[in-house]
Design a protein. Structure first.
Length: 351
């Protein structure tokens, strides 16, 4: 995985166009070639006031560009002439009220399954629980809840904390299941059933975890919601256990639209809201919708809502940040979220 960033100043009041396209690489680029491509594009984009994100994965590019129409037109013309890719297809082209990538002249996310390419993260030692991940993912996809729960019970008996099990086992298992679906090794039905089983297993782990007495005195309230229309609710369910253990007043929502979520926030007046994308699947194209949802949430309760948190595989893998969608916090993991949001709420209420 590779994430690169750069800063560009933009005028928030200017008219902004947004264009997203996909294409196929003529040949598989090396890591250095990708670095060079991004370096050249950044210099051009910075001069033209264009921002955006470039995704490369297994021979395909997906890029979102945003900026003043004249600058966007010039960049697009250059992209169309570039001989390094082909089969260029425009997916969306429209005007937007604000930038999604206002801080980045170009952000690159690269993941390639070519075994000849080494990852910069490969030098990091895997967590001790990592070797359980493939087997548990297969148990969940097979619908073998008895063996799945037995495996988790065995791990718990080894003395691992609930936070460790959630962060280093359950969440990676969800991502492994998502990879299996993306690679057509399982059906969507098997993925959904497997995630539901994983959710119940995570609840069992949390129910046996001791909570700190200090956290139990919390009087904060939170609305835990899936992103509008999002079918996967694994992290939302696990967060409910964590925040309940910490003494929070917890409400849950599975809205069909950003308006429905905003209405619930306006009626209930929570201190914080957490909005979750899938923990199993990357949702690159959902970032714009998530940003709009966050904006709706803030407008719905300007006097009460203090903190907006977001989560999902994109944030866990650091391919997106809280700033990308206008949130206050982006979860890398479920573990420790209640503590961090308590801190942010206190900071937000300090004069």
């Amino acid at each position: 995985m590779q994430v690169q960033t750069g800063f560009v100043r933009t005028d928030p009041n200017s008219i902004i166009g947004c264009l997203t396209y996909q294409s196929r690489a003529v040949s598989r680029p090396t890591e250095n070639e990708l670095d060079q491509l991004v370096s050249q594009a950044r210099g051009r984009n910075r001069q033209l006031g264009v921002t955006g994100m470039l995704l490369y994965e297994n021979g395909r590019f997906l890029q979102t560009l945003e900026g003043p129409p004249a600058g966007l037109k010039q960049v697009w013309s250059s992209i169309c002439r570039d001989q390094r890719h082909r089969e260029i297809e425009v997916l969306t082209e429209h005007m937007v009220s604000s930038r999604l990538f206002s801080d980045w002249d170009l952000l690159l996310y690269s993941r390639d399954e070519d075994p000849r390419r080494t990852s910069r993260a490969s030098d990091l030692a895997p967590h001790a629980l990592a070797h359980y991940v493939p087997g548990m993912a297969q148990l969940a996809l097979d619908g073998d809840d008895a063996r799945l729960n037995a495996r988790l019970a065995s791990v718990t008996e080894q003395g691992w904390s609930a936070d460790d099990i959630v962060s280093h086992l359950i969440e990676p298992v969800a991502r492994a299941m998502g990879d299996a679906w993306l690679a057509d090794r399982c059906s969507e039905f098997e993925l959904t059933v497997g995630l539901s089983m994983l959710q119940l297993a995570g609840h069992a782990v949390r129910s046996h975890a001791a909570s700190a007495a200090a956290l139990r005195r919390s009087r904060y309230s939170i609305l835990l919601a899936t992103a509008p229309g999002e079918p996967h609710m694994l992290s939302t369910a696990m967060l409910a256990d964590q925040f309940t253990d910490a003494g929070w007043r917890v409400e849950m929502a599975f809205p069909g639209s950003k308006e429905a979520l905003a209405n619930q926030i306006a009626q209930q007046g929570h201190d914080a809201v957490d909005i979750a994308l899938s923990d199993a699947l990357p949702r690159q194209r959902a970032l714009l919708q998530l940003r709009e949802t966050v904006e709706h949430c803030r407008k719905a309760s300007p006097d009460n809502l203090v903190v907006v948190s977001v989560g999902g595989r994109m944030f866990a893998e650091a391919t997106a940040s809280a700033a990308t969608v206008g949130a206050d916090h982006a979860r890398r993991s479920v573990g420790g979220t209640s503590v961090r949001l308590s801190q942010l709420i206190r900071q937000g209420r300090c004069p």
